[in-house]
Design a protein around this ligand. Structure first.
Ligand SMILES: O=P(O)(O)OC[C@H]1O[C@@H](O)[C@H](O)[C@@H](O)[C@@H]1O
Length: 530
């Protein structure tokens, strides 16, 4: 590892092991980064002055009292990892030292609180100290801009130039910041209000929710309190957390990787689901911006839905079919997610937009289109159900929407699996899976795939497409009427290359599963030869 290398922004901000070197997460790194962010935000504000809100001739007294003319305002939050509290306090103090008005959250909190607060209070930026689902050794730094959206790629070079221009972090001025009152309850109340029934439906809905058995895990992260409160306030009395994983613990003692996408991470959740005979299961990631969802299977067991299954289902639940009036709502997903959402969008009259991985891209997916972003998701169990309230992925509101829907369906004798079957019957059967290759040089591996693209997969020829920014390569082919796709891409959060496999528009579940199986076998066999 090159120790002189400065950290750069990846899929979701800076992420690196906590340690003393220049390419690691430490107080000097955080000081330098924040000083850079502060000077960059100040420069942007100076270059984009607030338009005059009062007539030109009314100058002078009182002008400074307009909120837009005050100091830049930021909020700083943090998860419960090693170093998070210190890094957050450092971030807040450096912003304050640069003349910003700073809101520092008092306790470890879910990441979605930051975009929610930025958006709600018209702040100039937000920072969350988190390494999301990475291993215990890592920490990270995530930047949200004035509209609550994450810092996006085109702006990264400008910001990185400001960070690199910070000469001696020790000399950066710091001013002590007193933390604010806890904001979690306010956030939870607003999320719960999204699923609060009308007065006329109160009795029916409460009784539906009273019959749903919910289990969830916070995976040793910061979402436990938010999730418990949210379910309680929304009227789900039979909600059970996985006790061993309920409270923040930076060692993540019961899991190898605290990522709800990893089968080993949800073992205790599945045990709890069996014990409680659960109808629905939720696994938050450690900073609670993502949420995996599980359901009961026909044989009485449980299975986790894929991110694509949750995303496509929830889109159909939340976005009404286009009525022909006004701008079309925009739904969005990433290039490595299922192609099903695009097909549904065409049928429902929605505008559809596809971006590179990460909500830094997805939250901008409707820019340049007529309509607003109505819904976005990515296959990595990240869902943004209400972009105008939280313009990023949000595990808590996702869980509330899915639980409310599951309760309603249960009362009708139906299920989420039936809803999924309806989608497949209408649009064809889809199946997908992912293979991760952990390596110290994922870039080299993916460059090799790009330079020597596979010509055939499971006996049919495939056409290669290089992903934007050379992030990876997509191979598309047809087996009769069935579409097959394999994408290789460099992870932007961990040292791994990822392979995303999908079979689409098959005539039956079995056909999709069988072709996917063949695809997996073939990919595994060429991986073993590398
Ligand atoms: O595939 P990557 O780059 O490792 O990212 C995986 C996921 O990592 C999460 O931490 C990000 O919040 C997601 O947006 C992202 O999709």
């Amino acid at each position: 590892m090159d120790e002189s290398r400065q950290l750069s922004f990846g899929t979701a901000g800076l992420r690196a092991p906590v340690g003393p070197a220049r390419h690691q997460m430490n107080v000097l790194q955080v000081t330098r980064t924040t000083a850079g962010v502060a000077s960059w935000l100040a420069e942007r504000a100076a270059l984009n002055p607030v338009p005059h809100l009062v007539p030109e001739d009314e100058t002078g007294i009182g002008r400074a009292l307009y909120p837009q003319d005050g100091p830049l305002r930021v909020v700083v939050g943090y998860d419960a990892r090693y170093g998070s509290h210190t890094f957050a306090a450092t971030t807040a103090e450096v912003f304050a030292g640069a003349g910003f008005e700073v809101t520092l959250l008092p306790t470890p909190s879910p990441t979605p609180l930051i975009p929610w607060l930025v958006n709600k209070h018209g702040l100039d930026a937000g920072v969350q100290i988190t390494a999301s689902h990475n291993g215990a050794a890592d920490n990270g730094y995530k930047v949200f801009l004035s509209n609550g959206r994450q810092l996006y790629s085109e702006l990264e070079p400008e910001l990185e130039a400001h960070i690199n221009a910070v000469e001696d972090p020790i000399r950066v001025p710091r001013v002590t910041v007193r933390p604010t009152a806890d904001q979690l309850r306010r956030y939870v109340d607003e999320m719960v209000s999204l699923v609060t029934p009308d007065q006329a439906d109160l009795l029916r809905v409460n009784s539906e929710r009273g019959n749903l058995r919910v289990v969830y895990t916070a995976l040793h992260g910061v979402g436990g309190r938010a999730m418990a409160n949210a379910f309680q306030f929304a009227g789900f009395p039979h909600t059970h957390g996985v006790k061993a994983q309920q409270y923040p613990d930076p060692t993540f003692p019961t899991v190898a990787f605290p990522n709800p996408e990893e089968p080993s991470a949800i073992e205790l959740l599945l045990e709890r689901a069996k014990e409680k005979n659960a109808d629905i299961l939720f696994a938050l990631d450690p900073d609670a911006d993502r949420c995996a969802v599980g359901i009961r299977t026909a044989d009485g067991g449980h299975r986790m839905l894929s991110g694509d299954e949750v995303g496509t289902l929830l889109a159909t639940r939340l976005v009404p079919e286009y009525s022909g009036e006004g701008p079309r709502p925009v739904v969005a997903t990433t290039v490595v997610s299922s192609q099903l959402l695009g097909i549904i969008a065409e049928d429902k009259g929605w505008d559809f937009s596809e971006t590179l991985t990460g909500f830094k891209n997805l939250s901008r997916a409707a820019d340049g289109l007529d309509g607003p972003l109505a819904f976005a998701y990515e296959e990595a169990v990240g869902t943004c159900p209400v972009p105008d309230v939280v313009p990023d992925k949000d595990g808590i509101s996702t869980a509330l929407f899915m639980a409310s829907w599951a309760a309603e369906l249960k009362a009708q004798g139906a299920s989420l699996q039936q809803k999924l079957n309806e989608l497949y019957r209408r649009y064809g059967y889809f199946a997908s899976s992912q293979i991760a290759v952990r390596t110290s040089s994922p870039r080299e591996l993916v460059d090799h795939w790009i330079a020597h693209p596979q010509q055939e997969l499971i006996g049919v020829s495939v056409t290669p497409h290089i992903l934007p920014e050379k992030q990876g390569i997509a191979l598309h082919g047809q087996v009769g009427h069935v579409h097959i796709r394999a994408i290789g891409r460099v992870s932007g959060t961990e040292a791994k290359a990822k392979l995303y496999l999908e079979v689409g528009q098959a005539s039956s579940h079995d056909e999709a599963a069988q072709l996917l199986h063949q695809l997996e076998d073939e990919v595994q066999s060429w991986l073993s030869k590398l």
